[in-house]
Unconditional design. Structure first.
Length: 123
């Protein structure tokens, strides 16, 4: 029963990505803003001016503080900026998935999930 409680209320996606990726996902309907005085968005648009601390803060907020996030999507080239955080994240919920962006192709060798799967199967 404790396992079910881990994911029962996780009904939203979160995204950390470039403007095109976030815009596309928002148009697909994933956008959500919490209610209350400290309203929080479930997305972060990262551009060349975004510092690493802001990316790390959003990643921590989505993976540790928010209990309503089920999946965190992050552009792989942005995940590379906080690779130590992404690689050391081992919780099942929320699941962190690295996605490609328009300007940066997906590299399966960098994907932390695929590397764990390969290790599990002894490759």
């Amino acid at each position: 029963m404790a396992y079910q409680a881990d994911f029962k209320n996780r009904e939203f996606l979160a995204v950390i990505g470039d403007e095109d990726s976030v815009t596309g996902l928002l148009l697909a309907g994933i956008g959500h803003v919490t209610t209350g005085a400290e309203a929080q968005k479930n997305f972060l648009v990262v551009d060349s001016k975004t510092d690493t601390a802001a990316i790390e803060s959003a990643f921590d907020r989505f993976t540790q503080e928010r209990k309503d996030i089920g999946i965190v999507l992050i552009n792989q080239h942005i995940a590379d900026k906080i690779r130590h955080r992404v690689d050391s994240y081992t919780a099942a919920f929320p699941t962190v998935l690295e996605i490609p962006s328009k300007d940066h192709p997906y590299d399966p060798e960098k994907d932390s999930v695929l590397r764990r799967v390969r290790r599990l199967f002894g490759e």
